[in-house]
Design a protein around this ligand. Structure first.
Ligand SMILES: [Zn+2]
Length: 445
């Protein structure tokens, strides 16, 4: 068994007392927002649809004796491409006026336009003898998010009313580890890591590890993540990564989830340094900002032009630093930029440096650089009127204003927060050690 250990019961208030349970595997985890930027948490989109609900289920049948028609029948409808909720209900044989009334009641808690192909809606109805259709609608329910359920019931006066409740979820910890033969992604899947967890893992490490070049056969990984279970149902959802470690060429990079006193959740290394790194806004010492980001009259071209970077005037030969860890993707002449370097920091951010007098020896495409490492020296090559560094930060391939950019904090925990982190880390290590890896299980046989 891979799954072990129970952590918590998350709960809920539920006031509704209803005869129906449940519904959908619409794992929109955005309902579980946790403070931070969603960084490092499982992408909230793709929990596997694990529900296996019999398509028709009799909830109440008449007391023994000869077979009779059940008094209430429930059926699960599955949305097809292009479906509307009203369309699904009427196609199932529910009277259109009743369908509309039930949907109106539902609206208070759920926008029926959000129905998507594959979503499930459970309907309950009392059968009408000799009717071709389903009979009288008694209620319906659906699950707008993995931890929420909306239930519509018929009230005593014949109208419909809707309630929303949170599902009771239980969390357990899952461990997976292995050795990389092909890629972290492929070997991670083999070790039992769900794809969304792998995506979160790669994103969390993206500031420190170059996944194209930094991973080699024989490198190892360990991951512990949460799995959430519906207490009264079979559904399972992936929670957050709690702990991960990559052993790359003999160097171990561990990160631990930590909930800070202010409620923020972030990942830190064993010394309390954030896994998310910031980029330097001024990758040069002793320089003066000579031109900001935005429209300006171009000093050489003479007309107004968008300036998509920052200019730092500095004496010729002043060292220029890599603004963050990353991999060089261009080094050398680049038109009006003159001698130029562009560094890819992760899937989102790049930085570029222009007009350099010269590049540091060995700076070439594919080279890995660390934050603060000298990559070149100020000059005035390319279209330039005097020695300065032209510096750009690119996000998703577009230049953005480095001064306006909201970037990860790159924080380091200190004092009491660091002490809290270290005790949380000790618990995480204990939990991880207490979970068997697959190899241990194989050995045990
Ligand atoms: Zn410039």
């Amino acid at each position: 068994m891979l799954v072990r250990g129970i952590m918590a019961i998350i709960v809920l208030f539920s006031t509704a007392i209803v005869s129906v349970t449940f519904l959908i595997d619409q794992p929109d985890r955005s309902a579980l927002k946790r403070g931070d930027h969603g960084y490092g948490t499982t992408p909230l989109s793709k929990a596997p649809p694990i529900l296996q609900i019999p398509l028709t289920k009799r909830l109440h049948t008449a007391p023994s004796g000869k077979p009779q028609a059940p008094s209430i029948i429930s059926q699960v409808l599955r949305a097809r491409p292009g479906d509307t909720l009203a369309g699904m209900l009427t196609r199932a044989g529910i009277n259109r006026r009743e369908a509309v009334a039930a949907i109106d009641a539902l609206r208070k808690h759920y926008n029926p336009r959000h129905i998507r192909p594959g979503n499930k809606v459970r309907v309950e109805f009392s059968p009408v003898p000799l009717s071709a259709g389903l009979g009288r609608l008694q209620g319906l329910s659906l699950s707008p998010a993995f931890n929420r359920q909306v239930i519509v019931t018929r009230t005593s006066d014949g109208a419909f009313s809707a309630n929303e409740k949170e599902k009771v979820l239980t969390s357990s910890l899952v461990r997976a580890d292995g050795t990389i033969k092909h890629s972290l992604y492929i070997d991670g899947l083999k070790a039992g890591l769900p794809a969304p967890i792998l995506v979160a893992l790669i994103r969390a490490y993206s500031w420190d590890v170059d996944f194209q070049r930094g991973i080699h056969p024989g490198d190892g990984f360990e991951v512990m993540f949460e799995r959430l279970h519906e207490t009264d149902g079979p559904a399972v959802f992936n929670g957050d990564i709690v702990y991960a470690a990559l052993s790359l060429q003999g160097v171990r990079h561990a990160m631990y989830r930590h909930t800070m006193a202010n409620g923020d959740i972030d990942y830190f290394d064993k010394k309390g340094r954030s896994a998310k790194k910031t980029l330097m806004r001024t990758p040069i010492d002793g320089a003066r900002l000579s031109s900001g980001f935005g429209r300006r009259k171009h000093p050489i071209l003479g007309y107004t032009k968008m300036h998509r970077g920052l200019d730092f005037a500095a004496p010729r030969g002043t060292p220029i630093y890599a603004a963050g860890n990353g991999t060089i993707e261009h080094a050398g002449r680049n038109g009006a930029y003159g001698k130029y370097i562009r560094i890819r920091h992760n899937g989102t951010y790049k930085t570029a440096y222009g007009h350099m007098r010269r590049l540091v020896r060995g700076m070439r495409k594919g080279k890995r650089v660390r934050q603060g490492q000298i990559i070149g020296y100020v000059g005035t090559t390319g279209r330039s009127t005097g020695p300065h560094l032209h510096y750009e930060i690119l996000r998703g391939g577009r230049q953005v204003n480095p001064r306006r950019l909201k970037m990860p904090s790159g924080r380091k925990l200190k004092g009491s927060e660091l002490a809290r982190f270290q005790s949380a880390r000790a618990l995480i290590k204990r939990d991880f050690a207490g979970l068997k890896s697959r190899d241990d299980l194989a050995d045990a046989k």
